[in-house]
Write a protein that binds this ligand. Structure first.
Ligand code: GLA
Length: 338
C-alpha cells in the first residue's frame, strides 16, 4: 500500500509576489491531505469522505477543467501533466478545511502526483502541480502553494525566491504561535479577481520591466519609477507587489532576531498594502485584523492567501487567541510504501 501526506500552507508574508517571480515566506502546516491506495489499472479513482462523488480520471484525460465532480479537476490536472503509465485506486482524506485559503487544492495535487509515482526534486514537483492547478482551475497562480507543500520543513517557514526557486528554511521561534483565523467569508470571487490582478501586474511590467527587480525599500526611487505608469489602478497594484517583495526578507530577518515589534509593523504594512493598493481585502477581514491586532499578546496579523475572503494569519504569544487554528510549521509532503 502507498500512503502519501501533503500539507497545506499558510503564508506569513509576500502575497501575489510569486506572480512577479519575487519572494514569499509561507510555511507548510500540520493540516494535510492524505491519500492511501494501490497503483494499477488504467484509471485514477479516488474516493473522499468529504465528497459525495469519487474522482475517476482516465490516464489519457485531455481537458482537466471539464472533469466532474469539481474536485476531480485537480486530480485530472495532475494526471494530464504527469501522464503516469498506470492508474491508482484509493481514498483521500483531509484535515485541511477546503476552500479556506490554506491551499487544500495544492496539497491534493502534490499528494496525487506522489501517489502516482512522481520522482524528482520538490521544485519540479511544485512546478508540475502548479501547471496542473492552472489547467484545472484556469487561474494563473504562482508556485508558492505547491512549493510550500512539497518543500516544507518542520519548525521552519520557507523563504522562497520564486525566480530561482531557491528555498531557505527560516526557524520559527519556539515561543511564537502561528494562528489562522477564518473570516467566515468564502473566497467565491477569488478566481476572476486573481486573473485580473495578474493582468495588471503584467501591464505594469510592460512599462517598468520585471517588477521583482525594483527596490521596494527605496520609496523615493520607487515613486519616481511608478510615475511612468499612467493607469492609477495598475500603478497601485505594482506598488503593492514591489513594496511587499521588500517586506518578505525584512520579516524573515526580524523573525530571526526576535524583533517582534518590527514583525508586527511589517505585517500591518502588508495588510494596509493589500487593503488599499491591491484591494484584495474585505471590510469583514479588515475588522477581524483590527480586532486581533488590538488583542494583548498578538505580535502581528494580516490577511493571508489570495484574498476576497478566507483567512488571516496572526503571530502571537502562545495561548492568547482561542479562535481559529494554532498551526505548526511542518515537514513537506512524504510517501511511505508498505
Ligand atoms: C494563491 C496562489 C498563489 C499566490 C497567492 C497569493 O494562493 O495560488 O500562487 O499567488 O494566492 O499570494
Amino acid at each position: 500500500m502507498i500512503r502519501v501526506t501533503a500539507p497545506g500552507r499558510v503564508n506569513l508574508i509576500g502575497e501575489y509576489t510569486d506572480v512577479i517571480d519575487g519572494r514569499v515566506l509561507p510555511m507548510a502546516i500540520d493540516l494535510a491531505v492524505t491519500i492511501e491506495g494501490e497503483r494499477g489499472g488504467d484509471v485514477v479513482e479516488l474516493h473522499s469522505a468529504d465528497e459525495t462523488k469519487p474522482a475517476v480520471v482516465a490516464l489519457d484525460v485531455v481537458d482537466p477543467a471539464a472533469a466532474s465532480p469539481s474536485w476531480a479537476r485537480y486530480v485530472a490536472g495532475v494526471v494530464a501533466e504527469l501522464r503516469p503509465r498506470v492508474g491508482f485506486t484509493g481514498t483521500v482524506r483531509t484535515t485541511l478545511p477546503i476552500g479556506a485559503g490554506l491551499s487544500s487544492s495544492a496539497a491534493l495535487e502534490v499528494a496525487v502526483a506522489l501517489a502516482l509515482g512522481f520522482e524528482g526534486s520538490s521544485a519540479d514537483l511544485a512546478a508540475l502541480c502548479r501547471r496542473a492547478e492552472q489547467r484545472a482551475s484556469g487561474v494563473p497562480c504562482g508556485i508558492m502553494d505547491q512549493l510550500a507543500s512539497a518543500a516544507g520543513r518542520a519548525g521552519h517557514a520557507l523563504l522562497i525566491d520564486c525566480h530561482t526557486l531557491e528555498v531557505t528554511p527560516m526557524p520559527v521561534p519556539e515561543g511564537i504561535e502561528v494562528r489562522v483565523v477564518h473570516s467566515g467569508q468564502p473566497r467565491s470571487l477569488a478566481d476572476s479577481a486573481y486573473a485580473e490582478r495578474a493582468a495588471a501586474l503584467a501591464a505594469a511590467a510592460e512599462v517598468l520591466g520585471p517588477l521583482r527587480l525594483l527596490d521596494g525599500a527605496d520609496h523615493q526611487a520607487l515613486a519616481t519609477a511608478l510615475d511612468r505608469i499612467d493607469d492609477d489602478t495598475v500603478r497601485a497594484r505594482a506598488r503593492h507587489v514591489v513594496t511587499e517583495n521588500a517586506r518578505v526578507p525584512a520579516l524573515a530577518a526580524a523573525l530571526g532576531t526576535g524583533d517582534l515589534t518590527t514583525v508586527g509593523d511589517l505585517m500591518a504594512a502588508s495588510h494596509r498594502s493589500m487593503r488599499d493598493d491591491f484591494e484584495i481585502s474585505t471590510p469583514v477581514i479588515d475588522a477581524l485584523v483590527d480586532r486581533l491586532a488590538a488583542t494583548p499578546g498578538v505580535h502581528g496579523v494580516r490577511l493571508t492567501g489570495a484574498g476576497f475572503g478566507g483567512c488571516v494569519v496572526a503571530l502571537t504569544e502562545p495561548g492568547v487567541l482561542d479562535e481559529g487554528w494554532a498551526v505548526r510549521p511542518s515537514a513537506g509532503a512524504s510517501v511511505t510504501e508498505t
